[in-house]
Design a protein around this ligand. Sequence first.
Ligand code: KG4
Ligand code: ZN
Length: 363
Amino acid sequence: MRVLGIETSCDETGLAIYCTERGLLGHALHSQISMHQAYGGVVPELASRDHLLRLIPLFEKLLADCQLNRNAIDAVAYTAGPGLIGALLTGAAFARAFAFALDLPAIGVHHLEGHLLAPLLEPDPPKPPFVALLVSGGHSMLIDVKAIGSYQLLGDTLDDAAGEAFDKTAQLLGLGYPGGPALSALAQTGESGRFKFSRPMTDRPGLDFSFSGLKTQVLLAAKRCAKEKGLGENTAGLDIALKAALARAFEEAISDTLAIKCERALLETSHQRLVVAGGVSANTRLRARLTAMTQKLGAAIHFPRPLFCTDNGAMIALAGALRLQNAPLDSLRSSYKIDATPRWDIASLPALVSSTPERPAYL
Ligand code: KG4
Ligand code: ZN
């Protein structure tokens, strides 16, 4: 079965074709980052309009890259939530219309399940049970994955998500949007030990996260430095070496905090495997820190390739294919119903009966 996957939940238009026999056949992506940069964040209405402009040309490019025509598609999977409702509706409407026209089954996919399953697109895909760390712009979650499709929440963010903390900290250092990659690049050159921030909520039991205080610690340190240098409140005007040292200390604090909680989750569940996904899992320091922690425990670790850490169509095509293999396909055919929901609890997803791709997902 060849499944067309469509992702439009935020500021990336992603399409891909995943074949249940041969793996990923191809993918196409358009990022709207340059369009939103002028506003310092995603403007939902602009995001929706841009998805509408990109969907058909990207689909045609994908078919050409895969040397397939549209009749080769057997089913359609689209991100149905959580996300920006207008943006979600563009992909959902495109998917449903295409499926209706070709009399194909179409299924709405949970965006976070897509992220969580992205490591299955790599060689040596992880087998459950495992602990999943999902760190994106809107979520920081630890999940007990006993089987693919059954997700039990172990820990959640109480305020800012990890990606949000990266973005807000980058903004106060004047690094623009999106902040994660820019802050991370700057942190590489930062002096170690010049600043030290706390590892929030690691001094008590539990697996929840809170990163808004960390961002405030960076702000206060930056303000203190700005004052000392006669810049008043202008933290964006600090010199680059100082910003780099602040960025490094922030990145070390967030990576350490995530690693401490992941170690706790592995020990509490007795699982021998950690899966890390979502935009922040592209972060090099976090990957190194988590890899060292799992090596110490003798556990395995899996990440998606950096391109599939952030939003993409391949993860939606794969998650959709696994759900479609477990679904009554006729009831998903020729439906007028367009599913799209801004909020959707991942723990409410129904378990899958068969969940292991028959062949390696990597091509
Ligand atoms: O998963 P994603 O593409 O979108 C959501 O579903 O939210 O994640 C985007 C988030 C942004 O906050 C971005 O700053 C962060 O992931 N991010 C990074 C890196 N690359 C993306 N954060 C830290 N280091 C990176 N290299
Ligand atoms: Zn995402």
